[in-house]
Design a protein around this ligand. Structure first.
Ligand code: NBP
Length: 484
């Protein structure tokens, strides 16, 4: 940076695909001058050469970078999550001053963000963990942004983030989610729901293809049609594009040439691990994570490939009716995935003492992120009508959607089971729905078993208190308090 360059009002550290696009997005907004820094300076030079119009203020050291920013300094870190983030924070803390703001826009685990926020706060510097969704296109044109951190930091940061966020129905897709790790927590849940949504769409495609014999290009048309209805969403839209694609080398549908082993970067697994700790059943998300794991076990799949399946071949009698059933099953299972995701948000907010507005979260996911969908408006309405809603799927709108879909949903799961077609997300979502609505669950028997082998006690439906049966001998029941 030369001495005569203007001071920048915002900085970006980390100029790989996300950081450079976010820096360009910031630079394109009125009134912003953007300072940039990358560990490997060649990347900075490359960005400057490619985008002179952005008028970046570049630095090759952290000291220069800090000096290039007006105070209070604000810098967004966009580096590989984990050790890279810690390394950059350590450097920034040395050159920043109390009142400055460090934002981590990477995909950090929320518990790391809680730890980092606590440590940085001791220096008087504000630390904000902000989930940023939407991939490289979102970073450039407008992402959905989920910032945590203090209310004081949000005051400075809010206007800047609002200026670069996606806009949905006239509203910027950013809100102050809650303190410390709340933003990264909500981003994690976003990604978990994304896993479930993608798996459900994949199952729908597989069932239609195998049940009706339609080609990927024909199924692309079906998805394009669905995208004009209640399933309208980015993921349905891009699914139609992917299915339409023909491989230039083989002239086959590209989807038939792609190796059927799905990768994962870990945020889906975090969602499930956290849900296990919080005791929240996110079965749709978990099955989506496990389906990717199963797909990526070629040795086991090869060894099991000659295990028997159903003896009869399967085709559906009425293709149009079956496709409509699959659409309804997809919609119902999607409602379950979102309901489970929001359950986890509620449990996380309770556990970590965050005041998270569920309706606001659904609103900021309407644009700029991978799970953007029409459907999110219905979620906002549901929480606006009843902020204490105990389960999203019981809200009037979703209740009636499930009522309309449930028979079709069952037909699809039955057909898939008979035909030996894996549909883990469809079927686990239906089981969850049936479990939740059941008058009585076999959990009573589980309690009996637990009491039998471990004297874990049980409660009764007809009396207050805690009980234990003496399973050997005369099998009498005693109030558990008497056993102590
Ligand atoms: P990467 O995750 O590939 O990280 C590369 C960047 O990290 C480079 O700038 C690299 O500097 C820097 N870096 C590393 Br690696 N270790 C460092 C260290 N010890 N000190 C300083 N810098 C270090 O970049 P990305 O794909 O642009 O993603 C950035 C963040 O955004 C990640 O946390 C990612 O999870 C998140 N995110 C990505 C997407 C997406 O679609 N890609 C979407 C949403 C969020 P170098 O040039 O010197 O190696």
């Amino acid at each position: 940076m030369s001495a005569d360059q203007a001071k920048a009002n915002i900085g970006v550290v980390g100029l790989a695909v996300m950081g450079s696009n976010l820096a360009r997005n910031l630079a394109s907004r009125e009134g912003n001058t953007v300072a940039v820094y990358n560990r490997t300076y060649e990347k900075t030079e490359h960005l400057l050469a490619e985008h002179p119009e952005a008028e970046f203020v570049a630095s090759s050291t952290y000291e220069e970078f800090a000096a290039s920013l007006s105070t209070p300094r604000t810098a967004i870190i966009m580096v590989k999550a984990g050790r890279g983030t810690d390394a950059v924070i350590d450097e920034l803390v040395k050159v920043f001053e109390p009142g400055d703001i460090i934002v981590d826009g990477g995909n950090a685990l929320f518990t790391d963000t809680i730890r980092r926020e606590r440590a940085v706060r001791e220096t008087g510097i504000n630390f904000v963990g902000a989930g940023i969704s939407g991939g490289e296109e979102g970073a450039l044109l407008g992402p959905s942004i989920m910032p945590g951190g203090s209310a004081e930091a949000w005051e400075t940061l809010g206007p800047i983030l609002k200026s670069i966020a996606a806009v949905a129905e006239g509203e910027p897709c950013v809100t102050h989610v809650g303190t410390d790790g709340a933003g990264h927590f909500v981003k994690m849940i976003h990604n978990g729901i994304e896993y479930a949504d993608m798996q459900l769409i994949a199952e729908a495609y597989d069932l239609i293809r195998r049940g009706t014999g339609k080609t990927p290009a024909e199924i692309a048309e079906i998805f394009a049609e669905w995208n004009r209805g209640e399933l309208e969403s980015y993921l349905i839209e891009i699914t139609a594009e992917v299915l339409k694609q023909v491989d230039a080398d083989t002239q086959k549908p590209l989807v038939d040439v792609i190796l059927d082993q799905a990768g994962a970067k870990g945020t889906g697994a975090w969602t499930v691990q956290t849900a296990l700790d919080l005791g929240i059943p996110v079965s749709g998300i978990a099955e989506a994570v496990f389906a990717r794991s199963l797909s990526s076990k070629p040795a086991q799949r090869a060894a099991a490939s000659d295990l028997p399946g159903p003896s009869e071949a399967w085709t559906v009698d009425d293709a149009d009716a079956f496709i409509e059933d699959v659409r309804l099953a997809l919609y119902a299972s999607k409602i379950v995935a979102y309901s489970q995701g929001f359950d986890e948000i509620v449990a996380g907010a309770e556990q970590y003492d965050w005041d998270i507005k569920k309706g606001e979260i659904a609103k900021i996911w309407r644009g700029g992120c991978i799970i953007r969908a029409q459907f999110l408006n219905r979620i906002t309405e549901a929480y606006d009508e009843d902020p204490g809603l105990v389960a999203l799927l019981t809200a009037p709108f979703f209740r009636s959607a499930l009522e309309q879909a449930q028979e079709a949903w069952r037909r699809v799961v039955i057909a898939a089971t008979r035909a030996g077609i894996p549909s883990p997300a469809f079927s686990s979502s239906l089981s969850y729905y049936d479990g939740l609505r059941a008058d009585r669950l076999p959990a009573a028997l589980v309690q009996g078993q637990r009491d039998f082998f471990g004297a874990h006690t049980y409660k009764r439906i007809d009396k207050e208190g805690t009980f234990h049966t003496q399973w050997s001998g005369d099998r009498t029941e005693i109030e558990a308090t008497d056993t102590h």
